[in-house]
Design a protein around this ligand. Structure first.
Ligand code: IMP
Length: 179
């Protein structure tokens, strides 16, 4: 375990198992709808989750990326900025947004709105983590990996000042790391 980690909240094994379950569910749901989603990954935090999840989606998906910013350090700055936009038209497409975590819900609300403004036919959300106790916007992900308590977490894509994204598990930093 990384020396700055106080505890592991979600293990590497649990994440892999859950990705397989979510991928299977997503495959079944879109197959039943007779649709193939365009998978949109919100950079940078969702990349490890995207990489693992898509292995288990048995559909001819395409994917694209966009980047937004809503956080500095551990505090939300409330204002969601589009830093990098999609590279393609999504008019009439069925969008599956991949997120690392739903916290206040501001990012997903804005990004979902943007997808519809661009002409998306439907928008669904899959998030590795959900922190419902922090929600200020009424939004729920369609697929959630793990619901976690109100703690700031790092690893598997999630960062503290751009570090710890490469940890293969989700954990909580030691208190002294914030000083
Ligand atoms: P929201 O707009 O408040 O829902 O925040 C979404 C974004 O904030 C996520 O995509 C993360 O990048 C970041 N974030 C929220 N909670 C955490 C956390 O516990 N650790 C690291 N990043 C977080």
């Amino acid at each position: 375990m990384h020396p700055n980690i106080k505890k592991v909240l979600v293990s590497e094994e649990a994440i892999q198992t859950r990705c397989a379950e979510l991928g299977k569910q997503i495959t079944e749901d879109y197959r039943n709808l007779g649709k193939v989603p365009v998978v949109v990954s919100v950079l940078k935090g969702s990349v490890p989750f995207l990489v693992n999840l898509i292995k288990y989606i048995d559909l001819d998906i395409e994917f694209d990326f966009m980047a937004v910013s809503s956080y500095e350090g551990t505090e939300s700055i409330g204002d969601v900025k589009i830093i990098m936009d999609l590279n393609r038209s999504i008019k009439g497409d069925h969008i599956l947004m991949v997120e690392d975590i739903v916290d206040t819900g501001r990012t997903l609300k804005e990004v979902t709105k943007l997808m519809f403004n661009k002409g998306a036919e439907s928008v669904k959300i899959v998030s590795l983590l959900d922190k419902p106790s922090r929600r200020v916007i009424d939004i729920t992900a369609d697929y959630v990996g793990f619901t976690i308590p109100n703690e700031f977490v790092v690893g598997f894509g999630l960062d503290f000042d751009e570090k710890y994204r490469n940890l293969p598990y989700v954990g909580v930093l030691k208190d002294e790391c914030y000083q």
